[in-house]
Design a protein around this ligand. Structure first.
Ligand code: SAM
Length: 277
């Protein structure tokens, strides 16, 4: 018998061979599987000979559905949560359920596996030491541009999910917000027959998807390199502290003190001070 817990189970993002053995075992042995779309998931489950009862769960499910799952868990049953593809909760339902289950003091067990953003990042060639996942951008052009402009100075690699019918417009808005030369990668149909992972400047990617309608099909992730740090720029707080201190102290003293206060490197503060007036 599988221990009573909520199992958050990743499923493949295209290639069924990416289903991990532990996911199959858990799905075969839990009491019930909560799925984003039961019809969609029943195909995957029958492929792996999983006959566990299925019920629908999405973030708009009413409280009764969440309560019913909680009651089952409290009664000692085991529940697995799956989404249509990849890792649940990653631009997919489950956040509310996981939060409620944890609040009720019941164990939540992750069964890791495929996730489109991580697969795309791992093959993108863009800096992967620090990154930010932005999920889906707003569908409306004005809101999308506003969101992108707030990310202009983001130094980490940015990862976006995008729908095929919006890819051209989104890439064009990114080129406008981040500059046409900003390096980016389009990762399309990852793990599937027409997998395409192509890198270039944002202007090149716009031209690439505009020229070939096949590049506007399927599922896609866009990754954009972060903004280069301008060595002559400081963040607003460091600038504020330096400006105050320079009113009374030498450049050397102000830089040393500001480094202690803000955590910014003394050398950077010193160079910034020399570049003023
Ligand atoms: N939970 C999923 C995960 O772990 O990646 C994501 C679900 S979200 C509703 C679906 C979006 O993920 C797609 O629109 C696309 O942006 C991205 N995606 C999913 N599968 C993909 C694939 N095989 N190749 C590229 N992007 C994919």
């Amino acid at each position: 018998m599988t221990e009573a817990a909520l199992y958050v189970v990743a499923t493949p993002i295209g290639n069924l061979a990416d289903m991990v053995p532990r996911a199959i075992e858990v799905l075969q042995t839990v009491d019930v599987i909560a799925a984003e779309d039961t019809r969609h998931s029943s195909r995957l489950l029958s492929h792996f000979d999983i006959n566990t009862p299925l019920l629908a769960y999405h973030d708009h499910s009413d409280d009764r559905r969440t309560r019913m799952l909680l009651e089952r868990l409290q009664a000692g049953q085991s529940v697995a949560l799956i989404s249509d593809a990849g890792t649940p909760l990653i631009s997919d339902p489950g956040y509310r359920l996981v939060q409620d289950v944890r609040q009720a003091g019941i164990r939540v067990v992750p069964i890791p596996g495929a996730c489109a953003l991580i697969a795309a990042l791992s093959a993108s060639g863009l800096p992967s030491d620090r990154f930010t996942f932005e999920g889906f951008l707003p569908a409306k052009s004005g809101q999308r541009s506003n969101r992108l402009h707030t990310l202009q100075a983001e130094p980490r690699t940015m990862i976006f999910y995008e729908a095929p019918h919006r890819i051209e417009a989104s890439l064009a808005d990114m080129a406008q917000a981040f500059g046409e030369d900003r390096p980016a990668v389009l990762a399309r149909e990852v793990t599937k027959t027409f997998e395409t992972i192509v890198g270039g400047s944002l202007a090149e990617l716009v031209a690439f998807v505009s020229a070939d309608s096949n590049q506007r099909r399927g599922e896609m992730v866009v990754l954009v390199e972060g903004a280069q740090r301008d060595s002559s720029a400081l963040d607003a707080e460091a600038e504020r502290v330096m400006t105050i201190l320079l009113g009374d102290l030498s450049v050397k003293q102000a830089s040393a003190l500001a480094a202690e206060i803000t955590g910014v490197k003394k050398k950077l503060l010193y160079q910034w001070a020399l570049q003023q007036d």
